[in-house]
Design a protein around this ligand. Structure first.
Ligand code: NAI
Length: 404
């Protein structure tokens, strides 16, 4: 028996650096520029077993259920909110992403903004383009010796910490879990303390129930007078009206914002927010992680994950199905990949079917999360379809694949 040929539909102009790993794994590539929705998305997926998207393509439950051949969804980006992860898991469809490839890009932009805000670079630049020569040192400062408060000391926060210290800044940070300090950075045990001590506050937390409006009116009041705020994390984390008020009354000395509670879906839509048109505010269109370097590294990372899933069945770092790291299949053996409902007795049924067919098991791997289990069996080369047909007929079977 031979494995089925597989192909991938790539949407949203995913970087060409995704192609070498896919081609090497024998995955056929189809491309559609831009994004697609609902029925046109289902039609474009057709019989493809994989789809590669970025943040704009919404893989809803109805799309997932209609795409009957789909085995993997690859998000060539960080977030996976655009995919109904539970619906995908229920169908045994593995979802992959690239959680850290743009970390450095966000950290570098944050540093640029810290310096830009301290020197009024963006306002001065606008004035020059309008023909105004405003040569003055008033309100221009070095960042050396100033205190940077980092909220969320994860991948991005800790990189910002290293870069800021190299500029001579004092770095303090607050995280809800204990984190190892980089260099001379110092942990503070509350957001309150961080806000009271920092000349610049930069936010690098995820979007959670606890972080929603983390920076509200009260938090802004707790900031030092004239301190600056940077939000390159998620739009829901700052109450923009409260920030606008803080800027208006001069309590906040400047702000840089890359993410918004509601963002235009495409470049065709108009952008407007309460901070628009204010001086001392840098507004960017959610580009913190958008660099060529990040796109290349995301393309390489996600396509390698897809190749591993296609060639070996590996699900390492999948965000929704049990993670199993697998070696290459041995010459002369077949590999059966089986997603099933996590209930007692499934393995013994499978063992029984193999024993009745006189098929020897050479290796077995199993991982379960919640209601889903993933078992991988390396077995003698299957001479016909009998075993697979019996596996497919089991009530608990969700998805079955053969590597031969
Ligand atoms: P991460 O998961 O590595 O770090 C987040 C840190 O925040 C963790 O250490 C966590 O313990 C901490 N945290 C969670 N809740 C907290 C709270 N209430 N108070 C203090 N700390 C808390 O995440 P990473 O990769 O550093 O990303 C940070 C943020 O940046 C995320 O919101 C992500 O979506 C966003 N991001 C934005 C991009 C852009 O283009 N602007 C690009 C990439 C990421």
């Amino acid at each position: 028996m031979a494995s089925k040929k597989r192909d991938i539909l790539l949407l949203e102009n995913i970087h060409v650096e995704s192609e070498p790993a896919l081609q090497q794994a024998g995955i056929g590539i189809r491309r559609e520029g831009g994004t697609l929705e609902d029925q046109s998305l289902v039609e474009a997926i057709g019989q493809s077993s994989m789809i590669g998207i970025r943040s704009r393509t919404r893989m809803t439950e109805s799309v997932i259920n209609a795409a009957s051949n789909l085995e993997a969804i690859a998000c060539f980006c960080i977030g996976t909110n655009q995919v109904d992860l539970d619906a995908a898991a229920r169908k045994g469809i593995a979802v992959f992403n690239s959680p850290f490839c743009n970390t450095r890009s966000v950290a570098e932009m944050t540093i640029a903004e810290i310096i830009g805000l301290h020197r009024g670079l963006f306002d001065k630049n606008s004035a020059m383009h309008q023909g105004r020569w405003d040569k003055s040192a008033v309100d221009s400062h070095e960042v050396r010796g100033r205190t940077l408060g980092i909220v969320g000391y994860g991948h991005i926060g800790s990189q910002v910490s290293v870069l800021a210290e190299a500029l001579g800044m004092r770095v303090i940070y607050h995280d809800i879990i204990p984190k190892m300090a980089m260099g001379n950075a110092r942990a503070v045990d509350s957001l309150k303390k961080l806000l009271a001590e920092s000349d610049v506050v930069t936010l690098h937390v995820p979007e959670t129930a606890e972080t929603r409006n983390l920076i509200d009116k009260a938090a802004i009041k707790r900031m030092k007078s004239g301190a600056m705020l940077i939000n390159n994390s998620r739009g829901s984390i700052v109450d923009l009206d409260a920030l606008a008020q803080g800027l208006e009354d001069g309590h906040v000395g400047g702000a840089a914002v890359d993410v918004y509670p509601s963002e235009p879906r495409s470049g065709k839509d108009q952008f407007q927010c309460v901070l628009s048109g204010r001086p001392s505010v840098i507004l960017t269109p959610h580009i913190g992680g958008s660099t060529e370097e990040a796109q290349i590294s995301i393309a390489r990372e996600v396509s390698m994950k897809l190749a591993g899933f296609h060639e070996r069945g590996t699900t390492t770092s999948s965000v929704n199905v049990p993670e199993v790291e697998l070696p290459h299949r041995r010459e002369g053996q077949d590999r059966i990949l089986h997603f099933h409902h996590n209930v007692p007795g499934v393995l013994s049924t499978m063992h029984g079917i193999l024993a009745e067919g006189q098929v020897n098991i050479h290796a077995e791997y199993l991982q379960s999360t919640g209601e889903l289990s993933y078992v991988i069996l390396d077995v003698d080369h299957l001479q016909d379809d009998t075993v697979l047909q019996r596996f497919a007929a089991m009530d608990e079977t969700i998805r079955l694949r053969l590597l031969s």
